[in-house]
Design a protein around this ligand. Sequence first.
Ligand code: GAL
Length: 701
Amino acid sequence: MKPPLRTPFCERILYGADYNPDQWLHDPAVLRADIELMKRVKATSASVGIFAWTALEPEPGVFTFDWLDATMDRFAEAGLVVFLATPSGSKPMWLSERHPEVRRVGRDGRRDSSGGRHNHCPTSPVYRAAVSRINRELARRYGRHPALALWHVGNELNGECHCPACKTAFHDWLRQRHGDLASLNHAWCTSFWNHTFTDWSQIPTHDPSIDALAVDWLRFVNDQHISFLKNEIAPLREFSPAVPCTTNFMGTCRGTDYWRWAGVLDRISNDIYPLHADREDSWQKSLDADFTHSLMRGLAGGSSWMLMECAPSSVNWSSVNKLKRPGVHLQEVLQAVANGADAIHYFQWRKSRGGYEKFHGAVVDHEGGAGSRVFRECAEVGRVLRSLAPVAGQPLGRAPVALVYDWEARWALEASAGPKKSPSGDRHTEACMEHFRALRRAGVEVDIVPVDADLSGYSVVVTPALFALDGPTAKRLSDFAAAGGAWIATYLTGYVDEHNRCWRGGFPGPGLREVFGLWNEEVDYLHDDESVRIEGACIDLPGHACGRDIVERLHTEGARVLATVESEFYAGAPIILRNQWRLGSATYVGARLDDESCAALYASIAAELDLPRAKLPAGVVRKVRAGADGPVEFLFNYTRNAVTVDLGEDAFLRVADGRPCRGKTTLRPYDSLVKGVVLSPTPSQPPVPPRHELHPSPLLG
Ligand code: GAL
């Protein structure tokens, strides 16, 4: 659990954006207008200075804090708070040119040029020292400033560097992990293709033909980021121990095992940009956003977390940058709050005039005032968030089901040739999201937990595509079932150990063949346009139930057969099985089921186990969060169609217009309803201020 929240975090839902005053120092009128405009949208906060290193330190050791002093003071005067960034996300040119070793090197051995961002070497002592120095200066100067609420450390730390310093550090890391070369060679099966290493220096940072190397490399990269983060945080904690530190995560980012980062931080925060396509199946994507939010809740140990970046309108980096349809943005924000967010921040406050992101959505457009549709929508969001203050800082309840998301299993699967790759190349995450969606479609609440979580208190544990697992993990999961829990595993479970070596003695290993009462003899990978028919033997599946992409050839060794494959040369073979394991059960789903069948499977499991369940039409989602004066309930229509539901006698409020709804109610497309808070009244259309009021000097320059 994170330390208890302090003000301003528990007073209200914080609302703001990434703010770059350093881009507008030539036009003080803009800076003044920003504060006025922030008040109009009911903003509480802004993340300042994320890419402002050169504005703060134009030459090594020369600091220009005047503009930041003025910004901090302006915020304090206006009653706003600052999430002050450390500027390590992009390197100053002077540093990058003088010390090329701070620049990242690619797999091809080529060093990056000075530009870009998020491309520093995480190992470089020079970069670490420079970051430490600027952070120390910032902390010393602003650590006790009344406007400072949070340290925003760096930005979206991720990626890998293959420079000589990283390579040496990797070798040291491997020595720590494996002890001697003989043990490493054994663990990595290097006799295959004559890869035996006879000196540490021979070990590369990248070789796709060594599938264990890939996993250890990502473990190392992850550890380097964590130690880089600790180096950033040390001076901040020294000068401002009471100010919490966060760094903005990127959901299920590949090389970052955030389970291991969470302990270093005081607050968990995340950036998410769901691309809302406004299509018939877009509601499934909204469930994927719920997955990411639940992951953040899990990383926060069940406490609230912060949505540090989302787009107030369209992004600029997708192939088609579609505007969000009416209702979508408000719903996305409320969805995050319902899932535990205590802060909603945008990228970005104001569109830059130039640079790569000049067309990225912002609260304030190039037009510059409060008259745009997006600005009005953001003001509306600000008003609604004020009404939701009772949920701020409140703990979140525990779900009956835990779903395991495991970066290491993902890396092992990704590094292994053979299993059919998913479109994104990330089969583990997709399997987790599919099973999460199916559980939510069945109306069941789900927590996302790490593989070593304390599982006591959960009724069900779901481990989708847990490809890699070691003996102790298999034992802990088996013990959960033995003690009366229901463990549900899927295809691609228990193929390899922690070194990406196959388990011997038949899959699933280790020892899980007995727990699941089956043998997974082989696996059929299907082309995209192929599927196998699946029929429920003891469970109700839809008539068109099918398996796609991955179909394992299972044999029961005592498990009860719940469903079989009814096509292909293995027709009649079991595909969903359940074994009684001591006081509990172990269920195995051997194929990638279609979404509806997977939801039907969970509906039947929920009914059998008598799990609490919301019975709602597909795409309608209910979420409850504790509030200061009792629970606050949210109901969302994620679909683009009108859907009728029965709300019973308790009145919900339609967030868009504050109208009460009860009994049979037709939810509009992308509608959001709330119960348990008082919504402040929608003001009659706010007058659009004359442009000169906001911008005493013309912005065209
Ligand atoms: C984020 C990044 C922001 C901005 C945003 C655009 O990944 O942290 O600085 O670039 O994307 O969507």
